[in-house]
Design a protein. Structure first.
Length: 76
């Protein structure tokens, strides 16, 4: 992966199995049609989190920074 977190050039789409309440609002251009088209699989569940694994700074918009915490999860 490059420094931007992207793999190669162009759009790197993700597959979002599970609860579609939030993921369904993401732009269609972000969503893969199937696992073979996905660079990343994001398992979306019922909103409960496992234990925290790591917290990292995330820069967005005009340089604003917030911390994002990654949690353990399991895809079923």
């Amino acid at each position: 992966m490059g420094p931007s977190g992207r793999v190669g050039k162009g759009v790197n789409r993700a597959l979002f199995p599970g609860d579609d309440e939030y993921a369904g609002q993401l732009p269609a251009s972000w969503r893969a049609d199937g696992v073979e088209d996905a660079v990343l699989v994001v398992c979306v569940g019922d909103g409960t989190f496992g234990s925290a694994v790591r917290t990292c700074p995330y820069e967005y918009g005009s340089g604003s920074v917030t911390n994002v915490t990654f949690h353990k999860s399991r895809c079923r």
